[in-house]
Design a protein around this ligand. Structure first.
Ligand code: AMP
Ligand code: GLY
Length: 427
């Protein structure tokens, strides 16, 4: 069959790598893709914001399945438009993508269906928000309602910080995303990302992962899209996983169906494992990036039949096999990321890194010039993935790969996986 994958990040390179390995996949297009995805299929120049252009491409190329990687096009309703045109699409409808597109929507769903999450208030004016903060006290968490590319959350240690964040958001500092503000109780615990594949009615637990959001070693500095990740997350035991499925994922699917917008696609739950059990921080409606880069290498089953089963509402008829091995990815970012990444520098050594045993390289913000050199073209540029029997072994291999890359204008964290490695050592 012919498959079109939408997106251009490290997540899409990992997905393209997994999809292209399927015997069911005769031809894979990636739009717009990156130099890494071009090794797995054919990059296609389509304006993905123009849904009619995407539909026309699918008709011309007889595409049988579209897989949508990032949240942006989903929130814009690409799955609705493709489905209406009779094209099978993996990913939620615009209405279902509200689980990521609006934090207030998700909090209301949690309240209605008894899904454990932080206590919260919703506000459309600064005075009421500040009065709530004053009554609740600090520390407290201030969030812009809409999509803000990972910049919409302020963890306020003091009332002054909370009030500044409220003024910034209502003052238009995050554009339309800040027109409504959600204020939450600050939860204490260890974070984990949990992924479930959903077909509207059924859900299949995928694996867990842990992300490193801060830019600097020791979890310091500003938040980023993610500087590295590993899977599985040792904090997510089998028992916890079952609890998350029963108390969080299944009630969410039931609630979405009851609201008339069943959820089909990847439900990515950001969890806080608190003393009272797992609680939902937020949902995303897609694979995490860089979490996808550590999930795909661990997936032993063919991904294509599973994606098709999700589209067809028959996920109860499939199961998945996972490797017991750990995978760990280190993100190489361009100097200046996340504030102002410097792009355009040449990266050497990618082939050398990729040739190492148990090392994979997934491209993100790269481009190829006419001479064939790979240049940095974004903030997060490359993912170097190591595989091993333990997270510690995967970490050693990933950094061996990192050290094979010659790119003075790039940087990475040197401590990805520290929590899991510490846990393994303490055994
Ligand atoms: P989000 O964009 O909602 O995932 O939030 C980004 C990060 O902020 C999360 O990964 C958490 O580390 C932190 N965070 C968000 N909400 C809370 C909360 N209510 N309590 C504690 N930490 C939070
Ligand atoms: N790594 C965090 C995310 O994909 O949202």
């Amino acid at each position: 069959m012919k498959i079109l994958l939408i997106g251009s990040g490290g997540r899409e390179h990992a997905l393209a790598w997994a999809i292209s390995a399927s015997p069911l996949c005769d031809r894979l297009f990636i739009a717009p893709g990156n130099p890494g995805t071009a090794q797995c299929g054919e990059n296609a120049v389509i304006d993905i914001a123009d849904h009619r252009a995407v539909i026309a491409f699918c008709r011309l190329q007889h595409v049988d399945l579209v897989v949508v990687g990032p949240e942006g096009p989903l929130v814009e309703g690409i799955a609705d438009d493709l489905t209406a045109a009779g094209i099978k699409t993996f990913g939620p409808s615009k209405a279902a993508a509200q689980l990521e597109g609006s934090k207030a929507f998700t909090k209301e769903l949690c309240a209605e269906f008894g899904i454990p999450t932080a206590g919260f208030g919703r506000f459309t004016d600064a005075a009421a928000a500040k009065a709530y903060v004053a009554a609740q006290g600090a520390p407290i968490v201030i969030k812009a309602d809409g999509l803000a590319a990972g910049k919409g959350v302020v963890m306020a240690q003091t009332l002054a910080e909370a009030n500044d964040a409220i003024d910034m958001m209502f003052g238009g500092g995050l554009g339309a995303a800040g027109a409504e503000v959600v204020i939450e109780e600050w939860m204490i615990g260890e974070e984990a990302s949990f992924f479930a594949l959903c077909d509207g009615t059924h859900a299949l637990a995928l694996a867990s992962a842990q992300d490193h959001k801060r830019v600097g070693d020791g979890d310091t500095g500003p938040n980023t899209g993610g500087m590295g990740a590993y899977s599985p997350a040792p904090v997510m035991t089998k028992a916890l996983e079952a609890q998350v499925m029963a108390d969080i994922i299944m009630p969410t699917l039931a609630g979405m169906t009851k609201r008339g917008s069943p959820f089909q696609g990847i439900l990515y739950a950001g969890l806080m494992i608190t003393a009272q059990g797992p609680k939902l921080i937020e949902y995303n409606v897609r694979f995490g990036d860089p979490e996808c880069e550590v999930l795909m290498p661990r997936l032993k089953s063919d991904i294509v039949p599973v994606l098709l089963a999700a589209c067809d509402g028959v996920l109860d008829s499939v199961s998945l096999r996972w490797s017991d091995e750990a995978a760990l990815t280190v993100v190489l970012a361009a100097r200046g990321y996340p504030a102002k990444p410097e792009t355009g520098s040449v990266i050497h050594g990618i082939d050398k890194a990729a040739a190492l045993d148990d090392v994979l390289v997934f491209h993100a913000g790269t481009k190829q010039d006419t001479a064939g050199s790979i240049l940095a073209s974004g903030g997060r540029v490359l993912n170097i993935v190591g595989l091993g029997k333990t997270v510690a072994e995967a970490q050693t291999r990933a950094y061996r790969g990192v050290d094979a890359i010659d790119w003075p204008e790039g940087f990475c964290r040197r401590d990805i996986g520290w929590q899991a490695v510490k846990r393994e050592r303490e055994g």
